[in-house]
Design a protein around this ligand. Structure first.
Ligand SMILES: C[S@@+](CC[C@H](N)C(=O)[O-])C[C@H]1O[C@@H](n2cnc3c(N)ncnc32)[C@H](O)[C@@H]1O
Length: 204
């Protein structure tokens, strides 16, 4: 699902609106959190979060140091009505090229401003999914990027998404496993879908 260059550039330029809004609303510090999620991708998460209704429930699988979590939490803060973000991670740096390390303290420090909106779940994503009881409006997958891991995340988390809910996956452009899961599992289900460089989203 490659986007033509001209439409990709138009899409990215349109995200400058969210960039300005993000700064004006006082979320600017979140830009300084280290992450592999590109700036336009973070702004897209913010935009997709803002399009949810009051009280919406988000979940993010793979939170690392908290960068994308802050962009989703910023949207949750603005839509209000008890909107919140469930963050799921082992906070052991599983599968990261820099090697295993404990990232929990850094995540907590970086997300402190949104602590009242973020519910962290520390553990293996599949175990957390099995015990999870809320219905989700938005689900962002950025955890295990292998084919088996990503497929298992989709299979275990998708049932928690409300009908018509929004599913977002990161790293579709470089992680073959993620691309294959999108092709096999999500393309057939998607009512509407989009992609911007390395990030894919679909209403399912
Ligand atoms: C690419 S990073 C996430 C990046 C993050 N979204 C950001 O904003 O920078 C992937 C994260 O997924 C976590 N992870 C990988 N496999 C996991 C699993 N099976 N269960 C829970 N967390 C996992 C890693 O510990 C790591 O923090």
């Amino acid at each position: 699902m490659r986007q033509p260059r001209s439409s990709r550039i138009r899409h990215e330029l349109s995200l400058l609106r969210e960039w300005a809004r993000f700064l004006i609303r006082g979320h600017g510090k979140a830009w300084f959190i280290f992450t592999h999620v590109a700036p336009f991708e973070r702004l897209l998460l913010y935009r997709l979060g803002l399009r949810q209704t009051r009280g919406a429930v988000f979940a993010e699988i793979g939170s690392y140091l908290g960068a994308s979590a802050c962009f989703l939490a910023a949207a949750a803060a603005e839509i209000g009505g008890g909107a919140r973000v469930h963050c799921v991670d082992t906070w052991r740096n599983d599968g990261m090229s820099e090697g295993m390390r404990d990232t929990w303290i850094e995540f907590q420090r970086n997300t402190r401003r949104y602590a009242s909106l973020i519910i962290p779940h520390r553990g293996e994503s599949v175990h957390i999914a099995k015990a999870f009881t809320e219905k989700l409006d938005l689900l962002f997958l950025d955890g295990d990027h292998s084919y088996a891991g990503c497929r298992s995340d989709v299979e275990n988390w998708l049932p928690h998404l409300k009908p018509g809910g929004l599913m977002i996956l990161h790293d579709i452009a470089w992680a073959e496993g993620v691309e294959r899961v999108v092709r096999e599992k999500l393309n057939p289900l998607a009512r509407k879908q989009g992609q911007l460089r390395n990030i894919y989203w679909a209403w399912v």
